[in-house]
Design a protein around this ligand. Structure first.
Ligand code: 0O3
Ligand code: SF4
Length: 315
């Protein structure tokens, strides 16, 4: 079996920072430390942080007043931020700065009463947070998920319209949605820099590349991880079997019947030790394994820790 490792794969800068924030807050602040929503969508990461004392909650209503609380990498609405203030919580915000960038675009549109079309997956926490940046009484934000939604979309003011997107969407699908949007609303304005982030783009490019040389692709990532699902779908659209796995327990030997090469990648929230465990597992299953690591774009971007955390570290 030839094992081909995608590059880049796994943790992005926003996820590294968010996990770092939780670990540092756990070591600096008295417990319990609450985390609103899974800090990133990965079961192993969340279980590890639970083991270190983090208390994960779905809603702020589960957090007692005056407590320490961390917002997840996916970001929160302004309503949640206001509720945190009312409860006098000490908030450490692990929202990825690239999600915050999208929040700012939407806030600006709201302030200027420019209508906004948000492209994203309904119910996803990032989408909830981004929708919740739009507070205008006189203009609207519209959520669309696909080209069909564009066909059905009616806006109040097509001359004053922008679009924004979730950061982890399929680049190919989003291109089609934007093309349909521009055809229907020629005046719609694009964000200055695109919202699908560098990490999403790089991981999808790496999968496109690996799909040309592998018979099957394993994507290490949790079922609720949007970007990991997009990697699995992309491999399938590119013509190879692909499976999303949390860890080696999910692997079935029948997947490999008649296959000679297996690609491995990992979503932006999946730690590298899980990838290495998958490699070891395959090496134990197949008599002759050749491991190849592909070249890919080098990612050097890092994000600074939140201000409050830096201040606490100095104090
Ligand atoms: O947004 P997604 O479900 O892909 O979230 P993950 O798996 O936690 O990955 C990190 C991405 C993120 C925080 C939003 O861009
Ligand atoms: Fe930030 Fe992109 Fe990572 Fe999301 S996937 S946390 S936007 S770097």
């Amino acid at each position: 079996m030839k094992i081909i490792l995608a590059n880049p794969r796994g943790f992005c800068a926003g996820v590294s920072r968010a996990v770092d924030v939780v670990e540092k807050v756990l070591s600096l602040e008295p417990h319990p430390v609450y985390v609103r929503h899974e800090v990133v969508h990965n079961r192993a990461v969340v279980n590890d942080l639970k083991g270190k004392g983090a208390v994960f909650v779905k809603e702020l209503s589960e957090v007692p007043d005056n407590a320490v609380c961390i917002f997840s990498a996916h970001g929160v609405s302004q309503e949640v931020q206001e509720a945190a203030k009312r409860k006098n919580l000490r908030i450490y915000d692990a929202t990825c700065p690239l999600v915050t960038k999208v929040h700012r675009e939407v806030q600006k549109a709201s302030k200027n009463e420019v209508e906004c079309v948000l492209i994203g997956h309904r119910g996803h926490p990032e989408v909830e947070g981004t929708l919740g940046q739009y507070r205008s009484q006189n203009a609207k934000i519209y959520l669309i998920e696909n080209v069909e939604d564009v066909m059905n979309l009616q806006v109040d003011n097509p001359e004053k319209l922008i679009y924004a997107t979730q950061t982890t969407l399929s680049v190919d699908e989003t291109r089609d949605i934007i093309a349909a949007l521009k055809e229907k609303f020629p005046e719609v304005a694009a964000p200055k820099k695109e919202d699908i982030c560098y990490a999403t783009q790089n991981r999808q490019n790496a999968v496109r590349n690996i799909a040309k040389m592998a018979d099957i692709l394993l994507v290490v990532g949790s079922k609720n991880s949007s970007n990991s699902n997009r990697l699995r779908e992309l491999a399938e659209v590119s013509g190879i079997d692909s499976y999303l796995i949390d860890n080696t327990n999910d692997i079935e030997l029948s997947w490999f019947e008649g296959k000679k090469s297996c690609g491995i990648t990992a979503g932006a929230s999946a730690p590298e030790y899980l990838v290495q465990a998958v490699v070891n597992h395959l090496q134990a299953q197949f008599e002759h394994c050749e491991i190849v690591e592909l070249n890919g774009v080098k990612e050097e971007i890092t994000f600074p820790l939140p201000k409050l955390l830096k201040q606490r570290q100095k104090a």
